[in-house]
Design a protein around this ligand. Structure first.
Ligand code: OAD
Length: 255
């Protein structure tokens, strides 16, 4: 893709770039998004049966087994050129990665993540007492689409373990939200990548950064709720556009 010269220059001059990412950045690694028409998780599964505290209380094995299927997919996936390009920016500017994703593909590509706003698939904790827990090593065996698996018990209180993700109706983790607010204060450029910009409060991040004067660039094959305020919307897959942005700003050797 051809990147406009003015955008390459702004990127090159940016002091602090905030990458705000959603499921689309991991789509090319084979991780399903939520709202894409055919393949999105919320077009195949009922969120209220799987992604609320009430659903877990009602049927812990159903919910645990579904998240174990998603964890299996992530463990079997690898970072794609979009994750790697974001890590490439770290060599040239101060970078903050704020993600809504519960996978660890940014970290595996070499980008420290300042905030996992919706938690992590890799940090289970007790549903009853909140004590952090860990998974045994290895990839869980789970059927495609998930199957019923009883959650392990907490070592401390015997309660059922839950995945470390944020469910509908729950607050975002305080420290992650604080890190996101700090990044907004400081960033002069925001790249919003692979998110429908529909889930609040996370979706406010590029909007607030824009109000503070940051240049907001959106990378997404589809129009989104952010189109109205984005300075530039680049339509296409992140795995093609982000490497092109990196190269256009810093040249082939810098990318
Ligand atoms: P969505 O599924 O809502 O949106 C994914 C976006 O990625 C869409 O706008 C797609 O057009 C875009 N997309 C698809 N393939 C892409 C590609 N190759 N490159 C770039 N973009 C691509 O996912 P999110 O916006 O991340 O929350 O959803 C936000 C939150 O809603 C999730 O974190 C999750 C969900 O419910 C919780 O689980 C709390």
């Amino acid at each position: 893709m051809d990147i406009p010269d003015a955008l390459s220059q702004r990127l090159r001059e940016a002091q602090h770039i905030l990458f705000f990412t959603g499921a689309g950045v991991s789509a090319e690694s084979g991780i399903p998004t939520f709202r894409d028409a055919m393949s999105g998780l919320w077009s195949r599964f009922e969120a209220t049966d799987l992604a609320t505290p009430e659903a877990f209380a009602r049927d812990p094995a159903l919910v645990w087994g579904w998240y174990e299927w998603r964890r299996r997919k992530v463990l079997q996936a690898a970072p794609n050129p979009a994750h790697r390009a974001i890590a490439g920016f770290l060599r040239h500017a101060e970078v903050s990665v704020i993600t809504q994703n519960v996978d660890d593909l940014h970290e595996r590509a070499g980008s420290p993540v300042s905030a996992h706003l919706h938690g992590s698939l890799h940090a289970p904790r007790c549903f009853a007492c909140g004590h952090p827990a860990s998974y045994p090593p290895g990839v869980p065996e789970v059927a495609e689409g998930g199957e019923r698996i009883e959650p392990p018990c907490c070592h401390r209180c015997g309660g059922p373990l839950r995945p470390g993700v944020v469910w509908f109706g729950e607050s975002l983790p305080e420290a992650d939200w604080g890190a996101a607010m700090a990044a907004i204060e400081d960033a002069d450029m925001v790249l919003s990548v692979g998110t429908s910009s529909l889930v609040w409060p996370a979706a406010e991040i590029p909007v607030w950064a824009s109000r503070r004067g940051a240049c907001v660039v959106q990378v997404n094959p589809q129009p989104t709720a952010l189109d109205e305020i984005a300075t530039v919307s680049l339509r296409g897959p992140a795995g093609a556009i982000l490497p092109a942005l990196l190269e256009s700003a810093y040249g082939r050797s810098g990318a």
